[in-house]
Design a protein around this ligand. Structure first.
Ligand code: SF4
Ligand code: SF4
Length: 160
C-alpha cells in the first residue's frame, strides 16, 4: 500500500498538520516547534546535508506534540512536510520513519474523498466562512480535523 492524496491537507489558503503529531500542547508551543524545525532544515540544507539526513535527526515528536518534520514555507504561507512525496517528485522519504503513519487519513479527509463535487464545495465553503469570521486558522483547522470536530460541526449544521 502507498500514500493516497487527500484534498484537505493543503487547501492552498490553509494547511493542516493535524496528524503530524498528537497530544499537542497549545498553539504557541506548536508554532515554536515548527519554527525550530524550519530553522534546523534551513541550516542542514545550507551546509549541504540532505532532507533525509535532516529527517533522521529525530524519529520522535517534540515535547509540544508536533513531529520534527513539519516546516513553514514563508513564500507560500504554508506548513508542509519536506519528506512528503508531493514535494519530492513522488518519492516518499517518510517510509521507515518511526513516527510517521504514511497511510493515515482523518475521517473528514476520508469522507471528503467519497463525496460528490457539490458536497465537497459545501464543506470548503463551510471552512471558508469560519476562516473569514476569524474562527479558523492553521491550528484550529489542524486540531478540528484531527479530532473530527469540524466534520461533526459540518454535519450538525446540515441537521439543523
Ligand atoms: S488530519 Fe486530515 S486533513 Fe489534516 S493532515 Fe491529517 S489527513 Fe490531512
Ligand atoms: S514525517 Fe509524517 S508525521 Fe512527520 S511531518 Fe512528515 S507527514 Fe507529518
Amino acid at each position: 500500500m502507498r500514500y493516497e492524496k487527500s484534498g484537505l491537507c493543503q487547501l492552498g489558503w490553509l494547511s493542516c498538520v493535524g496528524c503530524c503529531g498528537h497530544h499537542f500542547k497549545d498553539k504557541l508551543s506548536v508554532a515554536k516547534g515548527i519554527e525550530k524545525n524550519t530553522l534546523e532544515m534551513h541550516s542542514y540544507l545550507k551546509h549541504g546535508r540532505s532532507v533525509k539526513e535532516w529527517m533522521n535527526r529525530s524519529k520522535d515528536r517534540r515535547d509540544c506534540g508536533v513531529c520534527h518534520n513539519i516546516v513553514y514555507d514563508a513564500k507560500k504561507d504554508m506548513l508542509y512536510c519536506p519528506c512528503h512525496p508531493e514535494v519530492n517528485q513522488g518519492v516518499d522519504l517518510r517510509i521507515d520513519h518511526h513516527y510517521c503513519d504514511i497511510l493515515h487519513v482523518c475521517k473528514a479527509a476520508f469522507f471528503f474523498g467519497l463525496w460528490d463535487d457539490a458536497r465537497k464545495a459545501e464543506f470548503i465553503s463551510f471552512l471558508k466562512k469560519k476562516k473569514k469570521a476569524g474562527r479558523l486558522d492553521w491550528y484550529s483547522y489542524s486540531m478540528g480535523m484531527a479530532d473530527d470536530s469540524l466534520l461533526a460541526e459540518f454535519e450538525g449544521l446540515k441537521w439543523d
